[in-house]
Design a protein around this ligand. Structure first.
Ligand SMILES: [Zn+2]
Length: 175
């Protein structure tokens, strides 16, 4: 018998730290599905704010906040909105969070055709991304070499432009 995949959408505001126990499997409540036609932006923003001390890149990957954003679209979204991946959620206003989530949603919905993922829509089909996995290559906006760094307690790193994405003075990124 094939294993059954169970995805649970909770209809009520739920505490993301409180797991559900279903038949022995512990599942946490997922955030709103970013690709859904009736995506609930305000619910997503409220969930992103539940852990205001973490960095925004980590928050965007948390499926309990918003369901569906992967690392490529996270990096590309943060670049396109000029937000430094290590900015604390607490330091970003609601409009910025809405722009980030809206941008990720638009990019992902534009990538539903089964073709190679892309966020950089130029005539050259080999140039698919702005920053993701472009280490050392020039930023397409300002020419500064693209760099990357790790996040605390997170296995996925961020690529970013240190000029376009307003790195705070004195900030240290682990590499
Ligand atoms: Zn740049």
């Amino acid at each position: 018998m094939l294993p059954v995949k169970c995805i649970m959408h909770d209809p009520l505001p739920a505490d993301p730290s409180r797991p559900f126990d279903i038949g022995g499997a512990v599942l946490s409540a997922l955030g709103p599905d970013i690709l859904a036609d009736d995506f609930d932006m305000e619910a997503a923003i409220a969930r992103l704010r539940r852990d205001p001390e973490r960095d925004v890149a980590t928050a965007l990957l948390d499926q309990r906040s918003v369901s569906g954003i992967g690392n490529v679209f996270k990096c590309e979204t943060l670049f396109l909105e000029r937000v430094w991946p290590w900015a604390r959620v607490a330091d970003l206003d609601d409009d910025t969070l809405r722009r980030l989530v809206g941008r990720a949603r638009a990019l992902m919905r534009r990538n539903l055709d089964g073709r190679p993922r892309r966020t950089h829509f130029s005539l050259d089909p080999r140039e698919l991304m702005w920053v993701d996995e472009r280490t050392g290559r020039p930023c397409r906006v300002c020419g500064t070499p693209i760099v990357w760094g790790w996040h605390p307690d997170e296995v996925r790193k961020s690529w970013y432009c240190p000029s376009c994405q307003s790195v705070p003075a004195g900030a240290v990124v682990r590499r």
